[in-house]
Design a binder for this molecule. Structure first.
Ligand SMILES: *[C@@H]1O[C@H](CO)[C@@H](O)[C@H](O)[C@H]1NC(C)=O
Length: 226
């Protein structure tokens, strides 16, 4: 009995250790893009090293002054919800109970970082008009943060794809059934966003059978300076 319990304990420890090890490997391989100039068409002021912000949202790296740190995780299969953290605050998560299947979107003020609104849109059986009504009035001077959960695309239309493209997405035309997609964009963005990732649903490669592994990214978004 004792021995069984001991063996079990060792196995659990080994598995936790391995999980942590691989999790850290995956995070290291994520693209870390800092100091992206012109993200909102504004020149970012030179940074003074005395004004470094404390790392937040669980990030390992710190953002320079006049940058908002963020971390976004897509959902994992249809089980674990996505999360969006921005400027040290979790805006959307399972715990906050404000996420759902489809596209989870938070809009923040690009100057102050203030949260303006969050919502989620079912892309499997939902009404795409609701998403269009949410996307069309998005104002200049805002940042759009998005995380998919389960299926991001079944109800997607060309009109929706065009709007995301205008918000800076370069991958939206490739977002299909059960792909994982995370994205940070902005209204009137001058170039394509550097903050975007997709993991294709591919039965031969999926980690979770019918779903790909979750995707995650973090980084520093330049504050819009008027
Ligand atoms: C963002 O916040 C700034 C400063 O508080 C304000 O002047 C501006 O109107 C806000 N913009 C939006 C789009 O909410």
């Amino acid at each position: 009995m004792r021995l069984t319990a001991l063996v079990r304990g060792v196995v659990v420890l080994l598995i936790s250790g391995l999980t942590l090890f691989f999790a850290s490997k995956i995070m290291d391989s994520n693209v870390r893009l800092n100091n992206v100039k012109y993200f909102l068409g504004e020149v970012v002021r030179p940074q003074s090293s005395s004004k470094i912000k404390v790392a937040s949202c669980g990030m390992e790296t710190q953002c320079p002054a006049d940058h908002f740190p963020f971390r976004i995780m897509s959902g994992a299969a249809s089980v674990v919800g996505p999360s969006i953290c921005f400027n040290d605050k979790v805006l959307m998560s399972n715990i906050k109970n404000n996420i759902g299947r489809g596209l989870n979107i938070a809009i923040v003020n690009a100057t102050s970082g203030e949260l303006l609104t969050t919502d989620f849109f079912d892309m499997w059986t939902g009404n795409v008009e609701l998403l269009l009504n949410f996307l069309k009035p998005i104002k200049p001077g805002t940042i759009v943060l998005l995380a998919s959960f389960d299926d991001p695309a079944t109800k997607m239309t060309d009109e929706v794809r065009t709007i995301f493209s205008e918000l800076g997405s370069s991958l939206i035309h490739n977002v299909q059934f059960r792909d994982n997609w995370i994205f940070v964009g902005a209204k009137l963005i001058k170039e394509k966003t550097p903050f975007e990732q997709i993991l294709k649903n591919d039965k031969a490669k999926n980690k979770y059978g019918n779903w790909p592994e979750a995707v995650e990214m973090d980084g520093c978004i330049p504050r819009k300076i008027d």
